[in-house]
Write a protein that binds this ligand. Structure first.
Ligand code: ASP
Ligand code: MG
Length: 403
Protein backbone atom coordinates (compact mmCIF):
# COMPACT_ATOMS: atom_id res chain seq x y z
CA UNK A 1 0.00 0.00 0.00
CA UNK A 2 1.00 3.60 -0.47
CA UNK A 3 0.28 5.49 2.74
CA UNK A 4 0.33 9.23 3.25
CA UNK A 5 0.88 10.07 6.92
CA UNK A 6 0.57 13.46 8.54
CA UNK A 7 2.14 14.40 11.87
CA UNK A 8 0.96 17.54 13.61
CA UNK A 9 2.91 19.95 15.81
CA UNK A 10 2.65 18.02 19.10
CA UNK A 11 3.68 14.80 17.33
CA UNK A 12 6.99 16.45 16.32
CA UNK A 13 7.22 18.89 19.24
CA UNK A 14 10.60 17.70 20.59
CA UNK A 15 13.57 15.72 19.27
CA UNK A 16 12.25 12.69 21.19
CA UNK A 17 8.85 13.08 19.56
CA UNK A 18 10.55 13.25 16.14
CA UNK A 19 12.36 10.00 16.95
CA UNK A 20 8.99 8.52 17.93
CA UNK A 21 7.62 9.49 14.49
CA UNK A 22 10.67 7.94 12.83
CA UNK A 23 9.88 4.71 14.73
CA UNK A 24 6.26 4.76 13.51
CA UNK A 25 7.43 5.23 9.92
CA UNK A 26 10.00 2.43 10.27
CA UNK A 27 7.33 0.00 11.46
CA UNK A 28 5.07 0.85 8.52
CA UNK A 29 7.97 0.55 6.10
CA UNK A 30 8.97 -2.82 7.62
CA UNK A 31 5.41 -4.00 6.99
CA UNK A 32 6.12 -3.46 3.28
CA UNK A 33 4.30 -0.18 2.62
CA UNK A 34 5.48 2.92 0.78
CA UNK A 35 5.36 6.07 2.88
CA UNK A 36 4.98 9.77 2.23
CA UNK A 37 4.91 11.65 5.54
CA UNK A 38 3.79 15.27 5.79
CA UNK A 39 4.95 17.16 8.86
CA UNK A 40 3.94 20.31 10.71
CA UNK A 41 6.34 22.65 12.43
CA UNK A 42 7.33 21.76 16.02
CA UNK A 43 4.43 22.86 18.25
CA UNK A 44 4.51 26.55 19.09
CA UNK A 45 7.06 27.27 16.36
CA UNK A 46 4.70 28.95 13.89
CA UNK A 47 3.42 31.31 16.60
CA UNK A 48 6.96 32.09 17.66
CA UNK A 49 7.95 33.00 14.10
CA UNK A 50 4.91 35.25 13.83
CA UNK A 51 5.95 37.02 17.04
CA UNK A 52 9.43 37.57 15.62
CA UNK A 53 7.91 39.22 12.55
CA UNK A 54 5.69 41.42 14.70
CA UNK A 55 8.73 42.62 16.56
CA UNK A 56 9.66 44.47 13.35
CA UNK A 57 6.32 45.11 11.72
CA UNK A 58 2.60 44.69 12.25
CA UNK A 59 2.01 44.78 8.50
CA UNK A 60 4.70 42.61 7.01
CA UNK A 61 4.21 41.67 3.37
CA UNK A 62 2.34 38.36 3.09
CA UNK A 63 4.99 36.83 0.85
CA UNK A 64 7.65 37.57 3.47
CA UNK A 65 5.47 35.99 6.15
CA UNK A 66 5.25 32.91 3.95
CA UNK A 67 9.03 32.78 3.53
CA UNK A 68 9.31 32.92 7.31
CA UNK A 69 6.54 30.50 8.34
CA UNK A 70 7.36 27.86 5.73
CA UNK A 71 10.74 27.41 7.43
CA UNK A 72 9.14 25.77 10.49
CA UNK A 73 7.90 22.79 8.50
CA UNK A 74 11.19 22.50 6.61
CA UNK A 75 13.08 22.10 9.88
CA UNK A 76 10.99 19.10 10.96
CA UNK A 77 11.02 17.49 7.51
CA UNK A 78 14.81 17.65 7.33
CA UNK A 79 15.33 16.42 10.91
CA UNK A 80 13.00 13.48 10.42
CA UNK A 81 14.69 12.52 7.17
CA UNK A 82 18.14 12.80 8.75
CA UNK A 83 17.00 10.52 11.58
CA UNK A 84 15.62 7.90 9.18
CA UNK A 85 18.72 7.89 6.96
CA UNK A 86 20.94 7.48 10.02
CA UNK A 87 18.86 4.51 11.12
CA UNK A 88 19.29 2.73 7.78
CA UNK A 89 16.08 3.76 6.04
CA UNK A 90 16.42 5.52 2.68
CA UNK A 91 14.67 8.81 2.98
CA UNK A 92 14.44 12.28 1.43
CA UNK A 93 12.89 15.50 2.68
CA UNK A 94 10.99 17.72 0.23
CA UNK A 95 9.87 21.31 0.42
CA UNK A 96 6.47 22.14 -1.03
CA UNK A 97 8.24 23.16 -4.23
CA UNK A 98 10.10 19.84 -4.52
CA UNK A 99 6.87 17.95 -3.85
CA UNK A 100 5.37 19.77 -6.86
CA UNK A 101 2.70 21.73 -4.98
CA UNK A 102 1.48 24.72 -7.00
CA UNK A 103 -0.88 27.21 -5.35
CA UNK A 104 -2.61 30.42 -6.33
CA UNK A 105 -1.07 33.74 -5.36
CA UNK A 106 -3.01 34.36 -2.16
CA UNK A 107 -0.05 34.48 0.18
CA UNK A 108 -0.68 33.27 3.78
CA UNK A 109 -3.97 31.66 2.71
CA UNK A 110 -3.15 30.08 -0.63
CA UNK A 111 -5.22 27.36 -2.28
CA UNK A 112 -3.61 24.35 -3.91
CA UNK A 113 -4.14 24.51 -7.68
CA UNK A 114 -2.27 21.39 -8.78
CA UNK A 115 0.35 18.89 -7.72
CA UNK A 116 3.02 17.54 -10.04
CA UNK A 117 3.76 14.16 -8.50
CA UNK A 118 6.75 13.20 -10.72
CA UNK A 119 9.39 13.94 -8.11
CA UNK A 120 7.55 11.99 -5.43
CA UNK A 121 6.90 9.04 -7.75
CA UNK A 122 10.58 8.83 -8.67
CA UNK A 123 11.65 8.88 -5.03
CA UNK A 124 9.16 6.12 -4.21
CA UNK A 125 10.43 3.93 -7.03
CA UNK A 126 13.91 4.44 -5.60
CA UNK A 127 12.53 2.89 -2.40
CA UNK A 128 12.72 6.13 -0.44
CA UNK A 129 10.50 7.39 2.33
CA UNK A 130 9.46 10.97 1.50
CA UNK A 131 9.10 13.60 4.22
CA UNK A 132 7.19 16.61 2.90
CA UNK A 133 7.22 19.98 4.65
CA UNK A 134 3.52 20.65 5.20
CA UNK A 135 1.40 23.77 4.74
CA UNK A 136 3.28 25.21 1.75
CA UNK A 137 3.69 25.28 -1.99
CA UNK A 138 4.84 27.80 -4.54
CA UNK A 139 2.66 30.43 -6.05
CA UNK A 140 1.71 29.94 -9.66
CA UNK A 141 2.79 33.29 -11.04
CA UNK A 142 5.76 34.35 -8.98
CA UNK A 143 7.17 30.95 -7.98
CA UNK A 144 7.60 32.32 -4.48
CA UNK A 145 6.92 30.09 -1.50
CA UNK A 146 3.32 30.31 -0.30
CA UNK A 147 1.51 28.91 2.76
CA UNK A 148 -1.98 27.45 3.02
CA UNK A 149 -3.29 29.11 6.17
CA UNK A 150 -3.11 27.96 9.78
CA UNK A 151 -3.50 24.23 10.23
CA UNK A 152 -2.75 23.77 6.51
CA UNK A 153 -0.55 20.69 6.84
CA UNK A 154 -3.66 18.52 6.95
CA UNK A 155 -4.56 19.92 3.55
CA UNK A 156 -1.11 19.16 2.16
CA UNK A 157 -1.49 15.55 3.22
CA UNK A 158 -5.00 15.09 1.82
CA UNK A 159 -4.13 16.83 -1.45
CA UNK A 160 -1.03 14.67 -1.94
CA UNK A 161 -2.99 11.51 -1.10
CA UNK A 162 -5.58 12.50 -3.70
CA UNK A 163 -3.07 13.44 -6.39
CA UNK A 164 -0.90 10.37 -6.03
CA UNK A 165 -3.86 8.04 -5.42
CA UNK A 166 -2.62 6.78 -2.07
CA UNK A 167 -4.55 3.97 -0.40
CA UNK A 168 -5.02 5.92 2.81
CA UNK A 169 -4.18 9.23 4.47
CA UNK A 170 -3.52 8.88 8.19
CA UNK A 171 -3.65 12.06 10.28
CA UNK A 172 -1.68 11.63 13.52
CA UNK A 173 -2.48 13.99 16.41
CA UNK A 174 -2.59 13.60 20.18
CA UNK A 175 -6.10 12.09 20.20
CA UNK A 176 -6.68 8.55 19.02
CA UNK A 177 -9.77 9.06 16.87
CA UNK A 178 -13.28 10.48 16.67
CA UNK A 179 -15.51 9.88 19.68
CA UNK A 180 -19.28 9.73 20.05
CA UNK A 181 -18.91 12.90 22.09
CA UNK A 182 -16.23 14.82 23.99
CA UNK A 183 -14.87 12.28 26.55
CA UNK A 184 -14.14 15.15 28.95
CA UNK A 185 -17.89 15.73 29.17
CA UNK A 186 -19.05 12.11 28.97
CA UNK A 187 -16.42 9.60 30.14
CA UNK A 188 -18.55 6.81 28.63
CA UNK A 189 -17.94 8.22 25.13
CA UNK A 190 -16.78 5.57 22.66
CA UNK A 191 -14.31 5.78 19.83
CA UNK A 192 -15.95 5.26 16.44
CA UNK A 193 -14.47 2.73 13.99
CA UNK A 194 -15.88 4.49 10.95
CA UNK A 195 -17.74 7.66 10.17
CA UNK A 196 -18.85 9.24 6.90
CA UNK A 197 -17.41 12.48 5.53
CA UNK A 198 -20.72 14.26 5.98
CA UNK A 199 -21.08 13.23 9.61
CA UNK A 200 -17.50 14.29 10.28
CA UNK A 201 -18.15 17.68 8.67
CA UNK A 202 -21.22 18.18 10.84
CA UNK A 203 -19.40 17.14 14.00
CA UNK A 204 -16.44 19.38 13.16
CA UNK A 205 -18.49 22.44 12.34
CA UNK A 206 -20.50 21.75 15.47
CA UNK A 207 -17.43 22.07 17.62
CA UNK A 208 -15.59 18.75 17.62
CA UNK A 209 -12.17 20.09 16.71
CA UNK A 210 -10.21 17.03 15.69
CA UNK A 211 -9.72 17.50 11.96
CA UNK A 212 -9.62 20.70 9.98
CA UNK A 213 -12.92 21.13 8.10
CA UNK A 214 -11.28 22.22 4.89
CA UNK A 215 -9.30 19.01 4.71
CA UNK A 216 -12.32 16.79 5.37
CA UNK A 217 -14.11 18.60 2.53
CA UNK A 218 -11.14 18.01 0.27
CA UNK A 219 -10.95 14.34 1.29
CA UNK A 220 -14.60 13.97 0.35
CA UNK A 221 -14.08 15.67 -2.99
CA UNK A 222 -10.98 13.64 -3.86
CA UNK A 223 -12.37 10.44 -2.34
CA UNK A 224 -9.43 10.01 0.06
CA UNK A 225 -9.86 7.56 2.92
CA UNK A 226 -8.84 9.50 6.02
CA UNK A 227 -7.83 8.02 9.33
CA UNK A 228 -7.67 10.01 12.55
CA UNK A 229 -5.23 8.43 15.03
CA UNK A 230 -2.60 9.24 17.64
CA UNK A 231 1.19 9.27 17.42
CA UNK A 232 1.24 8.79 21.21
CA UNK A 233 -0.56 5.44 20.96
CA UNK A 234 0.21 4.26 17.40
CA UNK A 235 -0.90 0.73 18.27
CA UNK A 236 -4.51 1.97 18.54
CA UNK A 237 -6.37 1.78 15.20
CA UNK A 238 -8.09 5.18 15.04
CA UNK A 239 -11.23 6.19 13.16
CA UNK A 240 -11.72 5.82 9.40
CA UNK A 241 -13.51 8.72 7.70
CA UNK A 242 -14.85 7.51 4.40
CA UNK A 243 -17.72 7.42 1.87
CA UNK A 244 -21.11 6.55 3.31
CA UNK A 245 -21.28 3.55 0.93
CA UNK A 246 -18.24 2.07 2.66
CA UNK A 247 -20.06 1.89 5.99
CA UNK A 248 -22.13 -1.26 6.09
CA UNK A 249 -23.92 -0.89 9.36
CA UNK A 250 -24.94 2.72 9.69
CA UNK A 251 -25.78 3.73 13.24
CA UNK A 252 -28.86 5.96 13.49
CA UNK A 253 -26.90 8.44 15.59
CA UNK A 254 -23.10 8.58 15.45
CA UNK A 255 -22.32 11.40 17.80
CA UNK A 256 -23.35 14.35 19.93
CA UNK A 257 -21.67 17.71 19.41
CA UNK A 258 -21.65 20.76 21.65
CA UNK A 259 -21.00 24.35 20.63
CA UNK A 260 -20.97 26.95 23.40
CA UNK A 261 -19.74 29.79 21.22
CA UNK A 262 -23.12 30.89 19.97
CA UNK A 263 -25.21 33.98 20.58
CA UNK A 264 -28.96 34.04 20.03
CA UNK A 265 -30.26 37.20 18.43
CA UNK A 266 -33.96 37.88 18.96
CA UNK A 267 -35.91 40.46 17.00
CA UNK A 268 -39.44 40.81 18.32
CA UNK A 269 -42.55 42.54 17.06
CA UNK A 270 -41.32 43.06 13.56
CA UNK A 271 -43.96 44.52 11.28
CA UNK A 272 -44.48 41.74 8.78
CA UNK A 273 -43.82 42.70 5.19
CA UNK A 274 -42.20 40.96 2.25
CA UNK A 275 -38.49 41.65 2.00
CA UNK A 276 -37.59 42.27 5.63
CA UNK A 277 -35.82 38.92 6.08
CA UNK A 278 -33.97 39.51 2.84
CA UNK A 279 -32.76 42.92 4.02
CA UNK A 280 -31.58 41.68 7.40
CA UNK A 281 -29.80 38.57 6.21
CA UNK A 282 -28.25 40.31 3.22
CA UNK A 283 -26.81 42.95 5.54
CA UNK A 284 -25.44 40.24 7.85
CA UNK A 285 -23.97 38.29 4.93
CA UNK A 286 -22.34 41.43 3.53
CA UNK A 287 -20.56 41.79 6.86
CA UNK A 288 -19.41 38.17 6.64
CA UNK A 289 -21.47 37.09 9.63
CA UNK A 290 -22.06 33.39 9.70
CA UNK A 291 -25.76 33.01 10.56
CA UNK A 292 -26.63 29.51 11.66
CA UNK A 293 -30.14 28.68 12.88
CA UNK A 294 -33.05 30.89 11.84
CA UNK A 295 -36.59 30.71 13.18
CA UNK A 296 -39.42 33.01 12.22
CA UNK A 297 -42.94 32.96 13.62
CA UNK A 298 -45.88 35.21 12.90
CA UNK A 299 -48.16 35.88 15.87
CA UNK A 300 -51.92 36.43 15.87
CA UNK A 301 -51.32 40.18 15.87
CA UNK A 302 -49.59 39.82 12.51
CA UNK A 303 -46.25 40.79 14.02
CA UNK A 304 -43.22 38.64 13.39
CA UNK A 305 -40.66 37.28 15.84
CA UNK A 306 -37.30 36.40 14.40
CA UNK A 307 -34.63 34.37 16.22
CA UNK A 308 -31.26 33.45 14.83
CA UNK A 309 -27.85 32.39 16.07
CA UNK A 310 -24.37 33.63 15.25
CA UNK A 311 -20.87 32.70 16.47
CA UNK A 312 -19.79 34.66 19.55
CA UNK A 313 -16.86 36.06 17.56
CA UNK A 314 -19.30 37.86 15.22
CA UNK A 315 -21.34 39.40 18.03
CA UNK A 316 -19.84 42.91 17.98
CA UNK A 317 -20.17 43.34 14.21
CA UNK A 318 -23.67 41.90 14.35
CA UNK A 319 -24.74 44.57 16.85
CA UNK A 320 -23.42 47.23 14.50
CA UNK A 321 -25.28 45.77 11.52
CA UNK A 322 -28.54 45.39 13.45
CA UNK A 323 -28.61 49.09 14.39
CA UNK A 324 -30.12 49.95 11.01
CA UNK A 325 -33.10 47.69 11.83
CA UNK A 326 -33.88 49.12 15.28
CA UNK A 327 -36.94 50.91 13.95
CA UNK A 328 -38.27 47.78 12.28
CA UNK A 329 -38.79 45.92 15.57
CA UNK A 330 -40.24 46.54 19.01
CA UNK A 331 -37.19 44.98 20.57
CA UNK A 332 -33.87 43.39 19.61
CA UNK A 333 -32.03 41.37 22.23
CA UNK A 334 -28.98 39.17 22.49
CA UNK A 335 -28.47 36.11 24.64
CA UNK A 336 -24.99 34.75 25.01
CA UNK A 337 -25.75 32.25 27.76
CA UNK A 338 -26.90 29.60 25.31
CA UNK A 339 -25.33 26.64 23.61
CA UNK A 340 -26.11 24.38 20.71
CA UNK A 341 -26.24 20.61 21.15
CA UNK A 342 -26.58 18.50 18.07
CA UNK A 343 -27.07 14.87 17.29
CA UNK A 344 -25.57 13.66 14.04
CA UNK A 345 -26.03 10.43 12.11
CA UNK A 346 -26.55 9.28 8.51
CA UNK A 347 -28.92 6.59 9.71
CA UNK A 348 -31.47 9.29 10.61
CA UNK A 349 -32.43 9.49 6.96
CA UNK A 350 -34.19 6.16 7.16
CA UNK A 351 -35.46 6.09 10.75
CA UNK A 352 -38.44 7.66 12.47
CA UNK A 353 -38.67 8.80 16.06
CA UNK A 354 -35.11 10.05 16.23
CA UNK A 355 -36.04 13.64 17.04
CA UNK A 356 -38.74 12.80 19.57
CA UNK A 357 -36.24 10.72 21.52
CA UNK A 358 -33.96 13.75 21.83
CA UNK A 359 -36.76 16.02 23.02
CA UNK A 360 -37.92 13.43 25.55
CA UNK A 361 -34.41 13.03 26.90
CA UNK A 362 -34.08 16.77 27.49
CA UNK A 363 -37.61 17.06 28.89
CA UNK A 364 -36.77 14.42 31.50
CA UNK A 365 -33.98 16.67 32.74
CA UNK A 366 -36.26 19.70 32.63
CA UNK A 367 -34.12 21.36 29.98
CA UNK A 368 -36.02 23.84 27.89
CA UNK A 369 -35.33 23.85 24.15
CA UNK A 370 -35.35 27.32 22.69
CA UNK A 371 -34.75 26.67 18.98
CA UNK A 372 -34.74 23.45 17.00
CA UNK A 373 -33.44 22.94 13.50
CA UNK A 374 -32.99 19.78 11.51
CA UNK A 375 -31.31 18.58 8.36
CA UNK A 376 -31.14 15.12 6.79
CA UNK A 377 -28.42 13.97 9.15
CA UNK A 378 -28.58 16.38 12.07
CA UNK A 379 -30.85 17.75 14.77
CA UNK A 380 -29.63 20.87 16.55
CA UNK A 381 -31.13 22.40 19.67
CA UNK A 382 -30.46 25.70 21.39
CA UNK A 383 -30.60 25.40 25.18
CA UNK A 384 -29.46 27.38 28.22
CA UNK A 385 -25.69 27.17 28.42
CA UNK A 386 -25.62 25.98 32.04
CA UNK A 387 -27.33 22.73 31.00
CA UNK A 388 -24.83 21.96 28.19
CA UNK A 389 -23.00 19.06 29.79
CA UNK A 390 -26.14 17.53 31.26
CA UNK A 391 -27.82 17.69 27.85
CA UNK A 392 -24.88 16.01 26.13
CA UNK A 393 -24.82 13.20 28.69
CA UNK A 394 -28.55 12.57 28.59
CA UNK A 395 -28.60 12.49 24.79
CA UNK A 396 -25.59 10.17 24.78
CA UNK A 397 -27.57 7.86 27.08
CA UNK A 398 -30.82 8.17 25.15
CA UNK A 399 -29.22 6.83 21.96
CA UNK A 400 -27.17 4.22 23.85
CA UNK A 401 -23.95 5.55 22.37
CA UNK A 402 -21.89 3.86 25.07
CA UNK A 403 -22.97 0.43 23.83
N1 ASP B 1 2.42 25.03 11.34
C1 ASP B 1 1.22 25.52 10.76
C2 ASP B 1 0.31 26.02 11.87
O1 ASP B 1 0.65 25.96 13.04
C3 ASP B 1 0.54 24.53 9.89
C4 ASP B 1 0.09 23.26 10.57
O2 ASP B 1 0.56 22.90 11.65
O3 ASP B 1 -0.74 22.56 9.99
O4 ASP B 1 -0.75 26.51 11.61
MG1 MG C 1 -1.43 21.98 13.34
Amino acid sequence: MLKVLKFGGTSVGTLDRIQNVADIIKTIKDDGHDVIAVVSAMSGQTNKLLEYAEHFSKSAMPNEIDMLLSSGERVTSALLSIALNEQGYKSTSMSGREAGIITNNDHTKARIESINTDNMKNAISDGKVIIVAGFQGISQHTSRVSTLGRGGSDLTAVAIAGAIKADVCEIYTDVDGIYTTDPRIEPKAKKLDKISYDEMLELASLGAKVLQNRSVEMAKKLNVNLVSRSSFTPEVEGTLITKEENIMEKPVVSGIALDKNQVRVGMYGVTDRPGIASLIFTALADSNINVDMIVQTVGVDGKTDLDFTIPTTDWEICKEVMKQFENDAENIDYNEAISKVSIVGVGMKSHTGVASKAFTALAKENINIRIISTSEIKISMIIEEKYSELAVRSLHDAYNLDK
